[in-house]
Every structure is written in structure tokens, then in C-alpha cells.
Design a protein around this ligand. Structure first.
Ligand SMILES: Cc1ncc(COP(=O)(O)O)c(C=O)c1O
Length: 224
């Protein structure tokens, strides 16, 4: 079972009860649990999110993370996993993973050696990203609050926000029109299998002045 926590783009973290239910299912069927937690360092509305799922789980589990999000360095291509669960199964899985990693996708030595320093030095980048996404989310909520037909969904964590907008045209058409007319790039909700239209997904990463200006124009456009 693969879970993404916090999920991209909805931002929801797996909670304790969900983890118990999934772990029970995995235990009954002898499945492994893989938790992609690359955005776990970036809580927004979640107060005490559950993280390091593999370390808490009593079935064979893996938590995935990496420099790409933790330190904002996707180019360095360093990811890692925490392995958890009963020792015999965990150790057998780690031996198999070691063979796969060595044979097919060996990690670069320089980045392995630098990992500790990068993680330490990256704390300031993490803080800067966190501050920016929080500030941008607040700005988006403020502007969306002026339009009763729009809502910013609860965003427990991550780098994106989901905006519910009037379904006056298809999400696809809306995304294309926004790009052509306003030069604003959003992802249509259907990319992520939302059950109905219309939602758009926006990145919270742009510099604040760019984001604030785009949010105002986006809300105006979808409500025109
Ligand atoms: C949920 C999620 N997991 C994993 C990745 C991949 O990250 P990486 O750059 O470490 O390959 C992404 C990339 O955006 C992501 O959104």
C-alpha cells in the first residue's frame, strides 16, 4: 500500500486511526506499507501531524524522503528511506533493496558524503520555504475570502493549495484560459482525480509579490 503523507496536492496527513486500519490490512494480507513523506517537514493547518510512519508501524513499512523537498535541492538526487516493522522481514527487505540500489540506481558518493552538512545547512532553506508557503497561503485565503463562490480547502501540509472555483467551464478550459489570458499556471483538479469539478491547484512556492498578484488576478478571472 502506498500512502503520500502529506498528500500532494490536498495536503492531508495520514492520521493515527487511518494508520492503524492500513497497518491491519497490510498485516492480514502480508503487504508492505510505503509512505511517501517528502513533504512532512512542511505542516500548515496540521497541529501535530503524524510523521516517520515506518518508525511507528508494526508491519513492514518504508518511509521515503529526500533532499529535494527537505532542503530544496532536487538536482542533487539524494533520497532515503526509513525501514520499519518486524526485524526478520525488515532485514530481508533491506538486503534486497541494497542489491537493487547497488545494481541499478547507485547513489553518488559526493552527495552521500555531503549529506550531513547539507541537511544541517539546509535548515535555513527549510525555514525560508516554510515561511513563504505560510505567507502565500494566508494571502490566498484573504483574497478568496472576498469571493463567496470560492474556497481554499483545508491544507494540512505541503507546498500546494486547492481552490474550489465556480464551474462555469471545464477545468481543462479554465486552466488553458488562465494560461493564455493571465499567464497564470494552475493544475486542473482532474489531474488528481477529484470527484467533481471545478478545482484548481496552485503552487505556494512563488515569491510572495508574484503569488499575491497572481492570486488576485486568478480570483477575479474565475469570478468574472
Ligand atoms: C509526493 C512526491 N513524492 C516524491 C516526489 C519526488 O521527489 P524527488 O525530487 O526526491 O524525486 C515528488 C516530486 O514532486 C512528490 O511530489
Amino acid at each position: 500500500v502506498l500512502v503520500v503523507s502529506p498528500n500532494n496536492p490536498t495536503g492531508s496527513y495520514l492520521n493515527g486511526e487511518e494508520l492503524q486500519r492500513i497497518a491491519r490490512l497490510c498485516g492480514e494480507r502480508r503487504w508492505a506499507l510505503v509512505a511517501d513523506e517528502v513533504f512532512a517537514d512542511y505542516p500548515l493547518d496540521a497541529e501535530h501531524p503524524l510523521t516517520d510512519i515506518a518508525a511507528r508501524s508494526d508491519v513492514l513499512s518504508f518511509t521515503l524522503a529526500g533532499l529535494s523537498k527537505s532542503v530544496g535541492l532536487p538536482q542533487l538526487k539524494l533520497g532515503w528511506c526509513i525501514a520499519g516493522g518486524p526485524a526478520p522481514e525488515r532485514d530481508a527487505a533491506l538486503a534486497a533493496l541494497e542489491l537493487i540500489a547497488d545494481s541499478y540506481l547507485s547513489v553518488g558518493t559526493p552527495v552521500q558524503v555531503a549529506a550531513r552538512s547539507l541537511l544541517e545547512a539546509g535548515a535555513s532553506i527549510r525555514t525560508a520555504i516554510q515561511e513563504r508557503i505560510r505567507r502565500n497561503l494566508t494571502a490566498l485565503r484573504a483574497v478568496a475570502g472576498r469571493y463567496p463562490a470560492c474556497d481554499v480547502l483545508r491544507t494540512e501540509g505541503g507546498w500546494s493549495a486547492v481552490l474550489r472555483v465556480p464551474a462555469t467551464r471545464s477545468e481543462e478550459q479554465l486552466a488553458l484560459d488562465l494560461l493564455r489570458t493571465e499567464r497564470i499556471l494552475v493544475h486542473p483538479g482532474y489531474f488528481f482525480d477529484f470527484p467533481r469539478e471545478a478545482y484548481v491547484v496552485v503552487s505556494l512556492l512563488p515569491p510572495h509579490h508574484v503569488f499575491e498578484d497572481a492570486s488576485a488576478r486568478l480570483l477575479q478571472f474565475v469570478n468574472a
